[in-house]
Design a protein around this ligand. Structure first.
Ligand code: FMN
Length: 177
């Protein structure tokens, strides 16, 4: 039976919840990325890496890929961010996190945001950004929703959001079925 491993990095739990849903649906092994050793993923047939997005970078992805990516395995990359995921967002996200020619199957899932749960450093960054946004009278819908999240926590994690990634993973694990 092909072996599938889900590796994730998550600061506030949104990506971890997606990773748990995906691992359960695929009957895959689940590993936390910061402690993951190359030997733990060696020999797997499909590796799914999921990371939260911070300043447009997928948490831990590049370091994990360079250090641990198993030779011969298929890899799916999943990013979990707060933004709605417009075409422009996606273009920026993938061009920042994938090198030219790295054609991995990639998926974006919406996570969540709760200002009150942020670590101090993140609070300071986000507070500065919210102040800048508040002063702008011409915000688009996406920036307006980001500003709203300052007062009202948002959580978009659903099983439904994992459907495309899971279908792609099943296709790679059982080609032709
Ligand atoms: C400092 C900071 C920077 C962030 N930058 C982005 C970003 O560039 N794009 C995005 O979509 N979300 C961004 N987010 C939102 C996170 O990606 C979102 O909360 C995600 O669900 C976090 O997942 P995690 O809890 O699994 O790490 C940022 C959040 C913080 C606190």
């Amino acid at each position: 039976m092909p072996r599938c491993v889900v590796v994730y990095r998550s600061m506030y739990g949104y990506t971890r919840r997606y990773a748990e849903l995906i691992a359960q649906a695929l009957d895959a092994q689940l590993l936390e990325g910061s402690r993951c050793q190359p030997s733990e993923v060696a020999g797997c047939n499909l590796l799914i890496y999921l990371g939260g997005v911070y300043a447009n970078r997928i948490n831990g992805w590049r370091a994990f890929y360079d250090r641990c990516a198993p030779r011969g395995a298929r890899i799916i990359l999943g990013a979990v961010g707060y933004l709605a995921g417009t075409e422009a967002d996606m273009q920026r996200l993938w061009s920042t996190n994938l090198k030219p020619g790295e054609e991995l199957p990639r998926f974006y899932m919406r996570g969540g945001f709760d200002y009150n749960r942020l670590r101090l450093g993140h609070k300071l960054i986000m507070r500065t950004m919210f102040c800048v946004l508040k002063g702008n009278k011409n915000l688009d819908a996406e920036m307006r929703s980001l500003l709203d999240s300052y007062d009202v926590p948002a959580d978009y994690v659903t099983l439904e959001n994992t459907a495309e990634l899971i279908t792609a993973a099943r296709g790679l694990l059982n080609p032709g079925s």
